[in-house]
Design a protein around this ligand. Sequence first.
Ligand SMILES: *[C@@H]1O[C@H](CO)[C@@H](O)[C@H](O)[C@H]1NC(C)=O
Ligand SMILES: *[C@@H]1O[C@H](CO)[C@@H](O)[C@H](O)[C@H]1NC(C)=O
Ligand SMILES: *[C@@H]1O[C@H](CO)[C@@H](O)[C@H](O)[C@H]1NC(C)=O
Length: 578
Amino acid sequence: MRFLSLLSAVWTVGFAFAQSNADAFIAKEGPIAKAGLLANIGPSGAKSQGAQAGVVIASPSATDPPYLFTWTRDSALVFQAIIEQVISGTDASLRPHIDNYVRSQTILQQVSNPSGTVSSGGLGEPKFNIDLTAFTGAWGRPQRDGPALRSIALINWANHLLATNNASYVTNSLWPIIKLDLDYVANSWNLTGFDLWEEVNSASFFTTAVQHRSLRQGAALAKAIGQTGVVAGYTTQADNSLCFLQSYWNPSGNFATANTGGGRSGKDSNTVLTSIHTFDAEAGCDAATFQPCSDKALANLFVYVNAFRSIYTVNSGIPANQAVATGRYPEDVYFGGNPWYLSTLAVAEQLYDALIVWNKQGSLTVTAVSQPFFASLSPGVAVGTYAASTSTFTTLTAAVKTFADGFVAKVAQFTPSSGALAEQYDRNDGHPLSAVDLTWSYASALTAFAAREGKTPVSWGASGLTVPTTCERNTSPGGGGGPSVSVTFNVQATTVFGENIFLTGSVEALQNWSPDNAIALNSDNYPIWSVTVSVPANTRIEYKFIRKFNGAVTWESDPNRVINTPAPGSFIENDTWR
Ligand SMILES: *[C@@H]1O[C@H](CO)[C@@H](O)[C@H](O)[C@H]1NC(C)=O
Ligand SMILES: *[C@@H]1O[C@H](CO)[C@@H](O)[C@H](O)[C@H]1NC(C)=O
Ligand SMILES: *[C@@H]1O[C@H](CO)[C@@H](O)[C@H](O)[C@H]1NC(C)=O
């Protein structure tokens, strides 16, 4: 008896601790995070000297790691948070930053870069110099979430301006840049690209989800401002990408696989970020759009969080029903593989978002898919729908709130007294690591804290969607299933008897860098080896030839070969083995 009551006392104190810890931390950290975020925006941010107006630096860290660049993805996520603050009336004084952002992106879209020009794939370029010139070094490119996220931010802004009688600015200044991004997304969502961590070149859950959201919102905005010519095309590709989105679900593992390539477990913060960045409270707990309170998104959160319990020393000894430090994915080795502030805060935010919806709809449903998650917080809870008047609803929502606060408390525990948020915190002792003052870390704190206050981001039309029964490929020009160019690859290569030459590269048509599935060339004109392949037109493709002999594979020397494919037709590429 004594033991039991002592245990429950510890339990209660533990719960109260997480809550008060979160309250105190948020009161202090909120203003610090906002100031930290604004310090990283040009032209006058305290830590972003040299950045053009409206340019978000990723971090002031110039070396080790070099993050003094502007990423399209990070900037868009930061500006989504700022735009949300202006729209909701939290801080109208931020509006001039949005005007600067719009101007900076108008320029940036036109900057030719290694991914191409504005009309030949350049919008997929992930990062630029902070003076708005192209970054020309080697990088994981393209990354196709950037244009989607930027258009989402600007569409949210456009909808607000439409509602406040400023349609002319929307049509004249915003729509042209939004349309460039949406056309890019509509054309390229069905092509591979690098994931948000810039490592895996395949299709990626986060990327597909934000592409879907941008096309859905884009079609609605186009309709609202009379740009009706693009509505059907965007809607078709939105339907197609929503269909494809469902294919990432791993029913036996009970989580969404982060990438179609990469060869990892697939458990990844990518998926939790997807849930919070496609949150639409109007859509309830819809699983097709991975809403935060959907059974799939909660099951996924549970599997993702549990993947970090045993791998980080900072998580040792923490009971299985309490919050832990979480990172990008368990196999991560970058800077030794550590928890990230923005990943841990994303878990809290998803749970706060879920609470918003359960309270709004006055009920909560436990399905077979989400039952393991709920049972970890309330052992034995049964599948069913619980109205707000029931004690089960009260118990579960209180437990979810405490669990969520625990993730904020984790971040609080490992944030230095200055309140500065780096990119990572050490897996062994929790000290801050990698880039200092990461702008995205600050944005993630602001959005998590807002969700805890019950602030609901703008709706984007996730409600009432129907997932097509069969998934169609993209048949728009260069879209993976559409117009292509016939390229004959010739390579001069001397070989020994029994040795053969193959081709693989960065697109599905070239087998996505798979040596196993590489395309065989014929030696009819030896020593010229040749094959003709249909590849996407107007696309930057990287490739290499490989030799296979007695089961051994030999790659050509670096760097990768590059071909910028022309318009539909045919083309001959002549190379010599390297
Ligand atoms: C419309 O919004 C733009 C961008 O913030 C602003 O410069 C302009 O003054 C606004 N116009 C009206 C009529 O409110
Ligand atoms: C393209 O879409 C089809 C149909 O959904 C899907 O099977 C394929 O994996 C997709 N490929 C990419 C790279 O998005
Ligand atoms: C490759 O060689 C063929 C003739 O052998 C020529 O027609 C073609 O233009 C060449 N391709 C390039 C890109 O130079």
